[in-house]
Design a protein around this ligand. Structure first.
Ligand SMILES: C[S@@+](CC[C@H](N)C(=O)[O-])C[C@H]1O[C@@H](n2cnc3c(N)ncnc32)[C@H](O)[C@@H]1O
Length: 205
């Protein structure tokens, strides 16, 4: 499958990211070894910078895996003076792995863990958030928008594959279920770009 960004550009961007502490580096190595789709250091650094610039103290992640993206947000929140980052994933093993990694990184006081479907978890919270980071399975994206709009104060981040994945999928043979998912994504991207319901900055990380 072709890469979204040329490997030369990717390597260039990656070497601009400052070295990571060993626990975060180990999480990256695990992602590479197992082909687990973490956001990676470039998008992680972008999320961190965004959260720092905004002084974000309340962040909700939808689809947190084993906590790699959470670690970047938690670092920003800790440096912003403290707050909360919600880690939500529906796989208990991943949640356990995240607890271990994020504990070792010193973010136990900041991260709240929940095992379950992420949009439902967001719907059931009373709070609003400075950042909502959306990284769930793509078929869940369209239905996530109204819930996010209800709970959001400032910025939505979305995984870039949400937008670019459409183009990528369309250029190769895809199965009917994938095609159905892809057909919904342009409307998600258009909503993200137009901000027609709110002043709603979407950042594709
Ligand atoms: C793309 S991975 C991203 C991991 C994380 N954001 C990172 O970059 O480190 C998404 C993870 O969320 C889980 N997931 C997908 N859709 C979900 C949903 N609707 N509710 C809860 N977990 C979900 C997947 O099984 C996977 O573990």
């Amino acid at each position: 499958m072709p890469e979204l960004i040329s490997p030369d550009v990717s390597s260039y961007l990656e070497q601009l990211v400052p070295p990571r502490v060993s626990e975060l580096a180990a999480m990256e190595a695990y992602g590479t070894e197992t082909n687990f789709p973490i956001v990676g250091p470039v998008a992680g650094q972008l999320c961190y910078q965004l959260a720092r610039l905004m002084g974000a103290q309340r962040i909700f992640e939808l689809g947190s895996g084993y906590g790699y993206s959470t670690a970047w947000f938690a670092r920003a929140v800790q440096e912003n003076g403290g707050g909360v980052v919600h880690h939500v994933v529906w796989d208990d093993n991943l949640s356990q792995m995240a607890r271990k990694h994020l504990g070792a990184l010193g973010y136990t006081d900041i991260v709240r863990f929940q095992v379950g479907e992420a949009v439902e978890a967001l719907r059931n919270t009373d709070a609003t958030f400075d950042i909502i980071f959306n990284d769930i399975n793509k078929e869940g994206y369209p239905a996530s928008i109204p819930v996010i709009l209800e709970k959001l104060v400032l910025v939505v981040c979305s995984s870039s594959t949400t937008c670019f994945g459409v183009e990528r999928f369309l250029t190769r043979r895809i199965t009917p279920p994938q095609r159905r998912v892809c057909a919904k994504l342009p409307s998600y991207s258009r909503t993200a770009a137009s901000g027609s319901q709110h002043w709603l900055p979407f950042v594709m990380a």
